[in-house]
Design a protein around this ligand. Structure first.
Ligand code: SF4
Ligand code: MG
Length: 283
């Protein structure tokens, strides 16, 4: 049986020392092993940004795709080969700005994949501009007088869009993060896990210390009912989105693919393509 070390490769990450993304990489590797997966049963599809490099650092199938488009590709991979466990990942700019249309519709669609957002509240790869997750008043090169726009609340949007698994974690809490990724993989439907992942180079406001001072961890509230959507929305609003843990899970809804007739037959990836001469000529 594979251990987390089997999901390592020999590519050295070029993230800045201290970047929160290292822990997310480790948590994915640990969660994959805990789920009993082998590297050839996992596909990690990433977008563009510092976070997008993650697919190259995990020994599994993967694709470092295009900006904001990790989700369409990840959903296609899952529909073509349901035997694969599919993880999509990317940053807050990738998923909540250019890719937001895909994010909302992937949530509604409820295909059985896990989406991990590496949320550093800034654009890191392009050297520090305001993202949809940046706070109002946040000063960057693109908003030298402070951001005027309101901060996006992606998990409130996810709940409104009919999400069946909503979680949030912090890259310093690798134990919780690993458990949530494992739960997301096991959930029969679309799982969104937003992870506070500090950018130590360009975001000098939302630091590790800042998150430690502000996060409300649901693991300390055993009475919290994660099956109640109204409680989930209330908790997000009460904490200004700074709550971590399993926020909401609905096991009553079937995944998209399990409602498609014939999907349980041979996966597309295992079918032989048999075309007549005429079909071939018309391709
Ligand atoms: Fe991480 Fe920020 Fe460095 Fe990018 S720029 S690798 S997000 S610390
Ligand atoms: Mg970002």
């Amino acid at each position: 049986m594979a251990t987390f070390k089997d999901f390592r490769n020999n590519v050295k990450p070029n993230w800045c020392p201290g970047c929160g993304d290292f822990s997310i990489q480790a948590a994915i590797q640990r969660a994959a092993a805990s789920c009993g997966l082998e590297p050839d049963q996992l596909a990690v599809i990433s977008g563009i940004g510092c976070s997008g490099r993650i697919s190259g650092y995990i020994h599994a199938y993967g694709m470092h795709s295009i900006h904001g488009r990790a989700l369409p590709i990840a959903q296609g991979v899952k529909l073509a080969n349901r035997d694969l466990t599919v993880i999509a990942s990317g940053g807050d700019g990738d998923g909540f700005a250019i890719g937001m249309g895909h994010t909302i519709h992937a949530i509604r669609r409820n295909i059985n994949i896990t989406y991990i957002v590496m949320d550093n509240q800034i654009y890191g790869l392009t050297k520090g501009q305001t993202s949809p997750r940046s706070a109002e008043g946040f000063v960057t090169k693109s908003t030298p007088e402070g951001s005027i726009e309101s901060t996006l609340s992606p998990l409130e949007l996810a709940l409104s869009a009919g999400a069946t698994f909503v979680a949030q974690s912090f890259s310093s809490d690798i134990k919780q993060l690993t458990a949530l990724i494992e739960a997301g993989i096991k959930h029969e439907g679309f799982s969104i896990i937003n992870v506070f992942s500090p950018c130590v180079t360009f975001n000098k406001v939302n630091t590790y210390e800042w998150f430690k001072d502000h996060i409300v961890n649901l693991d300390s509230f055993p009475e919290y009912d994660s099956s109640n959507r109204i409680s989930a929305m209330t908790k997000l609003m009460e904490t200004d989105g700074l709550v971590t843990g399993l926020i909401y899970q609905d096991n009553s809804r079937k995944s998209y693919e399990n409602q498609i007739s014939g999907f349980q037959d041979t996966p597309l990836a295992h079918q032989e393509l048999q075309l007549t001469r005429e079909q071939f000529d018309n391709l």
